[in-house]
Write a protein that binds this ligand. Sequence first.
Ligand code: SAH
Length: 223
Amino acid sequence: MKIDVLTLFPEMFSALNHALLGKALNKGILEINCVNIRDFSLDKHQKCDDAPYGGGAGMLMTPQPIHDAICHLDPLHKAVRVYMSPKGQTLNQQLVEEYAKEEHLIILCGHYEGVDQRVLDLDIDKEISIGDFVTSGGEYPAMVFVDCISRYIPNVLGNSETTKEESFAQGTLEYPQYTHPREFLGLTVPDVLLSGNHAEIAKWRKQQSDLETAKRRPDLLKK
Ligand code: SAH
């Protein structure tokens, strides 16, 4: 999969060069191309923001550099173009799995008070939010989005890490997990996990998963 990220702060994306994503990038399973929107500004000072018409606090990102950058990267509109936005559809596991199947994504990160509406109308296919709150820029939301979808790209996760049994995969939250030592500060590991009885372990995990979901996220069970 190829992802072009449009941002005024490409350096921030160095955070993606580590751990699992770093490995996927090194292996070439995933390609992330960070594009500085400023490079496309036709303004003599490469300005990319201006005051909003009608007044109000803060600055808005101007449409020209964003439009030109998108047309340069995707002249035939073959990519799916996403704008990270608090007004967008809230990201969930189902959306993550859908986006992971795409071959080419373009992700636009807003900043300041956001982006001129016209470039969204002209060039963007979909707006995605990472939750009902406002971050100072689209960079962290874009990194969250890229991280989640990359886990669903074949061969990004190793055999030991699976997306099948984790929270949300089956519509419920994950069961409690334990590792060594067997006893820690007086707290022991549930006996069933030491039994070696795989059927019993699977049954216990399913029960715990349902209990955990009922307690913390009853809304998920209704779905
Ligand atoms: N004035 C806007 C918020 C701008 S925040 C409003 O009230 O809706 C600046 C940028 O951060 C946005 O352009 C967007 O790209 C990003 N952003 C903020 N919150 C976000 C969220 N919850 N999900 C995704 N992107 C978000």
